[in-house]
Design a protein around this ligand. Structure first.
Ligand code: KIV
Length: 288
């Protein structure tokens, strides 16, 4: 639950988190992560949007349900999408309560510091655990003018530090710090009582989160702060190339992948449309 994540700071335990968007990967990540975030980055990673701005609430609920079905242990946090919470605390409550009821998640996440403090207080008072997200807030990409690191100049630090202080005072249980410099992350981490969860915010944070598809090596382009821990994109391409080759050469399916006849009687002979030939592995078009 959300208070368990908050309490990890007091014990000095690093918080491990990943995004998750569907049940099966959530079930794997659940064995290793303290919380799983159903991030609105799913709009870009899974649905091909250029930004997270167009993501509808219904999509978050659908993926939230899938992740909750896959996770048995980790806290599931669902991102509130752009337009679903900024208007007023009452609107935010209505939509957050809907997300919690319809997905059975354990908490929600909102982007914004100072401007969201009143809403965070309102939600927490009414039973909704809130994770905050400050620094680079991707839902504001059209105002910021791109996915740009924040706080690279010291004169920008005070506003971001104040964002962190105000959301912590409002009752948030953890704060995602996205794309900020290490000295700023260190100052914020030392100054607030709840864990900071970094994404592109250095090892000075209390915990870390990455977008799962990025760290698995599945996303075609990734930000500079991502380390690719896997080569899943290459593994998928290898498997699909081999499958396509085996279907074309009729090396797949074989009798072991075919249902046998039951009962008495001899099965009539089957003529293949084209005869099976030895599998010739086609070359990976992307490799030279
Ligand atoms: O939507 C998302 O994936 C996020 C992470 C960047 C923290 O909010």
């Amino acid at each position: 639950m959300a208070p368990d994540i908050a309490a990890m700071k007091g014990r000095g335990e690093p918080v491990v988190a990943l995004t998750a968007y569907h049940a099966h990967t959530a079930a794997i990540a659940d064995r290793y992560c303290d919380f799983l975030l159903v991030g609105d980055s799913l709009g870009m990673v899974m649905h091909g949007f250029e930004t997270t701005v167009p993501v509808p609430l219904e999509l978050m609920i659908m993926h939230g349900r899938a992740v909750v079905r896959g996770a048995k242990r980790a806290l599931v946090v669902v991102d509130m999408p752009f337009g679903s919470y900024e208007e007023s605390p009452a609107v935010a409550f209505r939509n957050c309560a809907r997300v919690m009821k319809e997905t059975d998640c354990g908490a929600v996440k909102l982007e914004g510091g100072r401007r969201m403090a009143e809403t965070i207080h309102y939600l927490v008072e009414r039973g909704i655990p809130v994770m905050s997200h400050i620094g680079l807030t991707p839902q504001s990409v059209n105002v910021i003018g791109g996915f740009k690191a924040q706080g690279r100049r010291q004169e920008q630090w005070a506003a971001i530090e104040e964002d962190a202080r105000l959301v912590a005072e409002a009752g948030t249980f953890a704060v995602v710090l996205e794309a900020i410099t290490e000295p700023l992350a260190a100052r914020i981490t030392a100054s607030i009582p709840v864990p900071t969860i970094g994404i592109g915010a250095s090892r000075a944070c209390d915990g870390q989160i990455l977008v799962m598809e990025d760290m698995l090596g599945l996303s075609p382009r990734v930000p500079r702060f991502v380390r690719k821990f896997g080569k899943v994109g290459e593994a998928i391409e290898d498997a699909i190339r081999e499958y396509a080759g085996d279907v074309r050469s009729r090396a797949f399916p074989t009798p072991e992948h075919t249902y046998a006849m039951q009962g008495e009687g001899k099965a009539p002979p089957v003529r293949l449309a084209t005869p099976a030939r030895a599998t010739k592995k086609p070359k990976n078009p992307s490799s030279k």
